[in-house]
Design a protein around this ligand. Structure first.
Ligand SMILES: Cc1cc2nc3c(=O)[nH]c(=O)nc-3n(C[C@H](O)[C@H](O)[C@H](O)COP(=O)(O)O)c2cc1C
Length: 372
């Protein structure tokens, strides 16, 4: 398929490329605490039933994306943030069976799943979901998580070189009709084959969330969607550079989606108070542990360590969307106007807040033309 044919095929068949002006998804509900590092009492429970109810609600609302965090251990502190977490591939398979339209993603650490296993699991979930599977390919940054596997963390940019080779093997297993050998810098594999192929052509939608120069280069060359975490709306311009790079250097389409904590209430004062109570209950020890890990281990977050701590306590480092339903729609309109393809949303209490979002925000999104 050439670029134009691929665009048309995806527009017609793949939910994340449908004709909604702003695609929407839910993110991080598979891990305790989700995106907020806090001891704030919450109704969000780490039960399969509640996770399934949330994704089924998102599915009925017509949202495009259900995205889990790939996490293996907690961040320590009082909350041991994200310490209870469902595995991502089996989570996606279960959600695929429980839903009809939404895309179910897995977030896979390239160093922890062999590409032959990843390609097979992805193809299987693509069949379970009838072509609604997506793969978020992550390199890893949490050293003590990697230590559980007895593997260290590679040097930052080397992670992306390894990831590129890993993905090359996966893509070939999805598309090569026969048997093949693969010899690269990291993998020396003989007699590779995989059947069935995924239903999506040329394979499931691929995502990466790297924001460093190496991460952006990896995304431009290899995947379909970049997940950005802007700490301010004007950071979007920098994140959008991946689109131009993919277009000019590699003749490819790459879309930018952003993540955001949504805190929406009937009045602005209530929304601000709800946001403040997240900070008031912040587990700063766990937040600083995560920040320190990212600051030391990741190329992207070296600047402004302390100033970003509040962002990490409330929303995994991203700019939050706070306000009345009208104000949330205005902020989403601003994102769409800047060229953002979609938003994956975090909530504190996913079940109740997504229901509120359905009742109060979705009708306004439709009025505004962002959704139909
Ligand atoms: C929206 C989003 C989702 C992410 N999900 C995960 C995840 O589930 N697991 C993980 O280990 N890293 C995750 N990351 C981290 C990224 O893969 C990446 O390591 C990080 O953004 C730092 O970028 P860099 O690797 O280019 O320095 C996520 C990042 C973003 C922005």
């Amino acid at each position: 398929m050439n670029r134009e044919e691929l665009r048309e095929y995806r527009r017609q068949n793949i939910p994340i490329f449908n004709d909604q002006k702003l695609k929407l998804g839910v993110f991080a509900m598979n891990c305790s605490g989700g995106s907020v590092i806090t001891t704030l009492p919450t109704e969000h429970q780490m039960s399969w039933q509640q996770n399934r109810n949330i994704i089924q609600l998102a599915d009925r609302m017509g949202l495009e994306v259900a995205l889990p965090i790939g996490r293996w251990k907690g961040q320590g502190g009082q909350s041991n943030h994200n310490g209870t977490n469902f595995d991502v591939y089996t989570w996606a398979a279960g959600m695929a069976e429980a839903t009809d339209r939404i895309m179910c993603f897995a977030t896979s650490h390239v160093g922890l799943t062999h590409p032959v296993v990843a390609a097979k699991q992805a193809a299987t979930i693509d069949h379970i979901s009838n072509g609604r599977f997506g793969l978020n390919v992550v390199m890893g940054w949490f050293r003590s998580e990697m230590a559980m596997f007895g593997t260290g963390l590679r040097e930052h940019d080397d992670r992306y070189r390894y990831g590129e080779e890993w993905l090359e093997v996966v893509k070939r297993l999805w598309t090569d009709p026969g048997e093949f050998d693969f010899k690269g810098q990291y993998f020396d594999l003989a007699g590779l084959e995989s059947s069935p192929k995924p239903l999506q052509r040329p394979g499931p939608v691929l995502v990466n969330a790297g924001t460093s120069p190496a991460g952006i280069e990896f995304t431009a060359r290899n995947v379909d969607i970049s997940f950005g975490s802007p700490s301010r709306p004007d950071d979007i311009e920098r994140l959008l550079s991946v689109k131009a790079r993919a277009d000019k250097e590699y003749d490819r389409d790459v879309a930018l989606m952003c993540s955001a904590l949504v805190v929406c209430r009937d009045t602005e004062a209530e929304a601000q108070a709800a946001f403040q109570s997240i900070l008031d209950h912040g587990d700063w020890e766990a937040a600083r542990s995560m920040m320190a890990t990212l600051g030391i281990e990741s190329g992207s977050f070296k600047q402004g360590f302390e100033e970003r701590a509040r962002r990490f306590v409330a929303g995994y480092g991203t700019h939050p969307l706070i306000g009345t339903p009208e104000q949330i729609v205005d902020q989403m309109n601003d994102y769409a106007g800047r060229g953002v393809h979609g938003l994956v949303m975090y909530f504190v209490d996913y079940a109740s807040e997504l229901t509120y979002f359905r009742d109060k925000v979705m009708p306004l999104l439709k009025q505004s033309g962002l959704r139909h």
